[in-house]
Design a binder for this molecule. Sequence first.
Ligand code: APR
Length: 243
Amino acid sequence: MPGPEVNSVLRAVRDARRLLVITGAGVSAQSGVPTFRDPNGWWKTHRPEDLATQAAFDKDPAEVWRWYELRRDIIHRAEPNAAHRALARAEATGARVAIVTQNVDDLHERAGSGEILHVHGSIWQLKCVVDGSIYEDRQVPLPEIPPRCPRGHIARPNVVWWGEGLDPEITARAGCLVNEPFDVLLVVGTEATFEYIRQWALRAKARGALLVEVNPRVTSLTPDVDHRIAGEAGEALDALLPG
Ligand code: APR
C-alpha cells in the first residue's frame, strides 16, 4: 500500500484546482507516436542534424519533408490516449489545466483540452520561407513535396529545429505561466533535455506548486521533483486526476 506521503501527493493532485502540466513525447507514446530518445525513438534511428535543422532543409527540403510527411501520417492516424483524455476530463471538472507541450501533435486538442501552449510549434502548420507567414495545411499526404505557400514559395514545417531559439512570444507566455500560483505541476513524458523546460519546472515549484513527474524512467529533472510516479502516462494520469 502506498505510504502517507504518496497518499498526500495523490490527494493534492486530485484536489488541485490549478494544474500546470508540462508534456513531452512520452504523453503521446501510447497513441503510437514515436518519441525521440527512447530506445526505439526517432533519434535512435535518424540523426536530427539530417532531418530537423535549417541546414538539412537547405540541403534537401524534399528529404526533410518526407520525414515530416511520415510523422504527419502517424499523427493523423493516432488517437488521443488515456493521458490526454484524463487531462481534458480534469479540466471539465472546472479545474484550470494549463498545458505547456513540447509536442507538435494535436492530441491534447483532440482530447478536448482548452489551454495549450505549443513551445515547439505544430506539425499541421507550415511557414513560408520567403516572408515567414504561417498557415495550416492538414492534407495527408500533402499534394506536393516540398509544399508551396499560397504565393508559390517553398514552405517549411512551422516547428522549432535544432539550433533555433523559441519564438520570443512563446517564451514570454511560458514565463508568465510558470510565475502564476499553481497547486500542482505535472511533468509528463519528457526527458527534460532542454534547460528552459527544467527552469520552467523549477520556477513553478518555487512559486509553490507541488512538482510531480510521471515517467517510467528517471530523468534529469527527477532529483528536483517532490514526487515521481514511475509509470506510463495513460494509467498514471487516469488514476491521478479527477473526473
Ligand atoms: N508515459 C510516460 N512517459 C513516457 C512514456 C509513457 N508511456 N513512454 C516514454 N516516456 C518518456 C521517456 O522515458 C522519456 O523520458 O518520455 C520521454 C521522451 O523523451 P524524449 O523522446 O526526449 O522526448 P521529449 O522530452 O519530448 O523531447 C523534447 O526534443 O528532439 C526534441 O523537439 C523534440 O520536442 C522534442 C524535444
